[in-house]
Design a protein around this ligand. Structure first.
Ligand SMILES: NC(=O)c1ccc[n+]([C@@H]2O[C@H](COP(=O)([O-])OP(=O)(O)OC[C@H]3O[C@@H](n4cnc5c(N)ncnc54)[C@H](O)[C@@H]3O)[C@@H](O)[C@H]2O)c1
Ligand SMILES: N[C@@H](CC=O)C(=O)O
Length: 492
């Protein structure tokens, strides 16, 4: 890999403005060929605590830095991320495996959170409150909570960090980021650019360590005032339990999904096929918003399956850097094994594999883009979050039936609707128990939207004005005895 700015490829954690080693290291593999990209430190609990020390010290000053200056620093970080997008995309694609074009889009998406929160924080205000107390003035100010621990997954190694960190840092919090150990180099590169942007030491720390120990060390530290986690619902549950056991602190959870993709009888079939292709196969299907259960109205079903299977069969599989590649490898052996097992389970339970269905000829962790028709509840591919390039399709007869099918899951993140009639569209938007509903389109995310999930898909929202919530406290003040004229009307 040739980088224009080679210093971005760092193999060390970043604590208190310095690059730090750990006692042990682990190897990070390129998922396309299992070659070792590099070794990264695994810090121990004392070193994780040192990162919290640094963040706590930095918070003392950072919280009082005028908003204009904090926003200006973030905008410098944003400019550097964009300036180095080529290098960042290469690092991301190398360790994550997604096609380079998708990696580039992720960098631009990631940068957009930094710009959004830098600007939005300038407009974040408290309020004045009409008084009920004679002679007093009442109001609120928003204050940063303090040190925020940010734990992120491997599928979007840059955007999942900036979506949290930019919100936290913009309002005056300091951060300790724990990226996934599969994709640490992107996080280290972000730390390098934060340094170049001029962030004070301790504002943006990046640590790695044995995951459970690291999470528990961060969570039980009383100086950590907010924990924001993105990852699986299983691990999110562990984080929630650890937070509950450790005392009271703010908690935000962005968890798994099991998105229904509904194609109603009046939908534009060709358009629906194209939308379903994007909604399932980006990031090799390893996206929390991936279309997990494609539910097609019975009159369109066989035509949809045939057209979709043809389109899936044409997808180009390969390493991130291969020309025109559309689907990369799975992230690791466990993901590959789970994919094989889910397809076998569906086959054994009577599903039709219309295309794919086997490990890809490229070997390693590549799996053929696959369509599983006649999927139904009871199949793992249908019930579980199927983080793989496998599309499960079933049919439905009525809107009531599809609403019941779609909602029959513990998850509630994203849902998709392809339909033309406005009454059908709006009925589905309102009746689906999902926090984000995308109609007639794949792309619905962005810095300005409240991204998040209902039910087992999470707690809170990221992005949009809502994205500040885990990182701010509302402080109420009552200024009494100001010398204003008193009315002496009794109040309670
Ligand atoms: N809702 C969202 O915004 C969103 C976005 C991206 C990914 N996700 C979800 O993330 C999942 C895929 O990511 P993943 O496999 O990295 O998730 P994961 O839960 O395995 O890991 C997430 C983070 O938790 C850490 N971790 C793993 N085991 C842990 C443990 N026992 N204790 C403490 N921390 C632990 C990991 O190292 C990583 O940093 C999917 O379920 C996906 O839907 C959700
Ligand atoms: N696609 C999601 C990430 C989920 O894995 C996003 O846009 O944030």
């Amino acid at each position: 890999m040739t980088l224009e700015h080679p210093i971005l490829f760092k193999s060390l954690c970043h604590v208190d403005g310095r690059w730090v080693h750990g006692g042990a290291t682990i190897a990070v593999q390129n998922p396309a060929d299992q070659s070792v990209i590099g070794h990264v430190p695994m810090l121990d609990a004392t070193q994780i605590e040192a990162a919290v020390d640094a963040a706590e010290r930095a918070f003392g000053a950072w919280r009082w830095v005028p908003q204009e200056q904090r926003s200006a620093l973030l905008l410098r970080w944003h400019a550097l991320i964009l300036r180095h997008q080529h290098d960042l995309a290469h690092i991301l694609a190398l360790e994550q495996g997604k096609p380079l074009a998708e990696a580039r889009s992720e960098i631009v998406y990631a940068a957009s959170f930094v710009e959004w929160f830098a600007n939005e924080a300038r407009r974040l205000t408290g309020r004045t409150i009409p008084t009920h107390i004679d002679g007093a003035q009442l109001g609120t100010v928003l204050e940063p909570v303090g040190v925020a621990a940010l734990i992120t997954p491997w599928n979007f190694p840059v955007a999942m960090i900036t979506r949290k960190a930019a919100a936290a840092i913009a309002v005056g919090c300091t951060t300790v980021v724990k990226p996934a150990q599969e994709t640490p180099f992107s996080a280290f590169a972000l730390a390098q650019l934060a340094k170049e942007a001029g962030f004070p030491a301790g504002v943006f720390n990046v640590v790695l360590g044995e995951p459970q120990m690291t999470m528990e060390t961060l969570v039980r530290d009383t100086r950590v005032r907010a924990v924001s986690f993105t990852g699986s619902t299983r691990v999110g549950g562990l984080v929630a339990r650890a937070v509950a056991a450790s005392g009271i602190k703010k908690l935000a959870l962005e968890l798994g999904g099991n998105a229904p993709f509904i194609v109603t009888e009046d939908a534009d079939l060709d358009a629906a096929v194209g939308i379903a292709l994007g909604a399932k196969f980006q990031t090799s299907g390893q996206d929390c918003c991936a279309a997990n259960r494609i539910l097609v109205a019975a009159p369109l079903y066989e035509r949809f399956v045939a057209q979709y299977s043809q389109a899936v069969g044409r997808l180009k599989v390969g390493s991130a850097f291969a020309a025109q590649v559309e689907v990369g490898p799975l992230i690791h052996q466990a993901a590959f094994d789970a994919t094989v097992a889910r397809v076998e389970d569906a086959r054994a339970k009577g599903a039709r594999i219309t295309v794919g269905g086997r490990p890809h000829a490229l070997g390693g962790w590549f799996f053929e883009p696959t369509v599983v028709a006649d999927a139904r509840p009871g199949m793992r591919i249908y019930d579980e979050e199927n983080f793989a390039p496998i599309a499960a399709i079933s049919s439905f007869a009525t809107i009531d039936e599809v609403v019941a099918l779609a909602n029959d899951t513990e998850y509630g993140l994203a849902a998709y609707v392809c339909a033309q009639r406005i009454d059908t569209i709006f009925q589905l938007v309102r009746r689906l128990d999902f926090a984000m509903v995308s109609v007639n389109g794949v792309k619905f995310t962005g810095a300005a939207i409240p991204f998040g999930g209902m039910k087992a898909s999470g707690l809170g929202r990221e992005g949009g004005a809502e994205g500040f919530a885990p990182f701010v406290e509302t402080k109420y003040f009552c200024l009494g005895n100001l010398g204003l004229p008193l009315t002496n009307v009794a109040t309670c």
